[in-house]
Design a protein around this ligand. Structure first.
Ligand code: PMP
Ligand code: GLN
Length: 383
């Protein structure tokens, strides 16, 4: 046999896996890969236990997701965003937002189609586009503001554009899209025959009294939009790998054609537990903005005693900081050095760009207990 000709030759191991492994090897405080080190709500864990022992949820869940979970999602969308979505034809439960993103891309992107992404962009987008035969067109968001440059976005759109991907709140920039941004996006997309993938996994991690502007609440965008969400972020349970996609019936039908042959269905007892918990505790997500804002503010106070310069975070559980006063190293080398020599693991942001800017920025995850953040800050203060 000839040597295997990779379908993803440009892809290595993800930065999240690389940095978490390095953190473990060097016993660093791991503020790199984004995951909380606190527990999911105890009532939710009890429901999982009950459903595992009850014996009714050990076999396949329905392909589009458990009926009760989809009903609970529809209820939440109505309550929170005044968005109406039919659980039978518009909501699909997936194995994490990652699967929803992959499915949506495979569902609509054809050979040689263009998909516009805004850099820094989440690392799963481009490989999914490549596997679909499409081509990613990268539009940079320039630090330190990371604002959408509408002229550049406009220039990147054209008759070959099949899909545009946006992410709000934005990982890693910590920016959020406002309603007026959605209006501008709708203006740009109006003449085009293209879809929108709105990655909203951090919908509940929005700070300083802002409201999350979901693309689903924008009537015009709603018609062409796959909106993607993650239970992992909302219930401090990233390891459960459960998420969902909301899209109009025609788009959902195509997405399900892919979903049913990627995973067929997502894990059954966890769906049952989430459905019950959402019904019993519809208020859970209402506490998340304040909860994470306190984490952010605590971490920012700690970082004030270091030579790092904090960039404001308006959403997500990530914080960017400029390390220019500490080192001249490029960010990938700085992240390795910091992990190995000083015991704090972070994520370099250049890896999320096609053409990295010259910025000296790294990303910290502050979804951690006080003691973890304090220990990281103690180590950073020595620099
Ligand atoms: N999109 C973004 C922007 C993310 O940060 C993540 C995960 N942290 C995902 C998608 C994937 O979510 P999940 O873990 O539910 O697959
Ligand atoms: N989305 C998480 C982050 O940004 C990581 C997810 C993963 O490791 N695949 O850190």
């Amino acid at each position: 046999m000839k040597a295997l000709d990779s379908k993803l030759p440009a892809v290595g191991t993800t930065i999240f896996t690389v940095m978490s492994a390095l953190a473990e090897k060097h016993r660093a405080v791991n503020l790199s890969q984004g995951f909380p080190n606190f527990q999911p709500p105890s009532g939710l864990v009890e429901l999982v236990e009950r459903h595992l022992r009850g014996g009714r949820f050990h076999q396949y869940a329905p392909m589009p997701g458990s009926v009760s979970l989809r009903a609970a999602i529809a209820e939440k969308l109505a309550q929170l965003y005044r968005v109406s979505a039919d659980p039978d034809t518009e909501i699909t439960v997936t194995s994490g937002a990652t699967e929803a993103i992959f499915d949506a891309i495979q569902a609509v992107v054809r050979r040689d189609d263009e998909v516009v992404v805004l850099d820094p962009c989440y690392d799963s987008y481009e490989p999914s586009i490549t596997l679909a035969g499409g081509r990613a067109v990268h539009v940079p968001l320039a630090p330190p503001e990371f604002a959408i440059e509408w002229d550049r976005l406009h220039a990147a759109l054209g008759p070959r554009t099949r899909l545009v991907i946006v992410n709000t709140p934005h990982n890693p920039a910590g920016t959020v899209i406002e309603k007026r941004d959605l209006d501008r996006l709708a203006d740009l997309l109006r003449p085009l025959d293209c879809y929108l993938l709105s990655d909203e996994v951090y919908e509940h991690v929005v700070f300083d009294g802002r409201a999350h502007a979901t693309a689903l609440a924008h009537a015009e965008l709603r018609r062409r939009c796959f909106a993607v969400f993650s239970f992992g972020k909302t219930y401090h349970a990233t390891g459960w790998k459960l998420g969902y996609c909301v899209a109009p019936p025609e788009l959902t039908a195509e997405l399900r054609r892919v979903h049913q042959y990627v995973t067929f269905a997502s894990t059954s007892p966890l769906q049952a537990a989430l459905a019950d918990y959402m019904r019993e505790h519809p208020e859970h997500h209402l506490g998340l903005p304040a909860f994470y804002e306190e984490r952010r503010d605590y971490f920012n106070r700690l970082l004030a005693a270091t030579k790092l310069t904090i960039r404001p975070s308006a959403g997500t559980y990530f914080q960017l900081a400029d390390y220019g006063a500490i080192s001249d190293l490029p960010d990938v080398d700085f992240a390795r050095w910091l992990t190995i020599e000083h015991g704090v693991a972070v994520i370099p942001i250049s890896v999320f760009y096609r053409e990295p800017p010259a910025a000296k920025l790294v990303r910290f995850c502050f979804a951690k207990e006080d003691a973890t953040l304090a220990e990281a800050a103690r180590r950073l203060s020595a620099l």
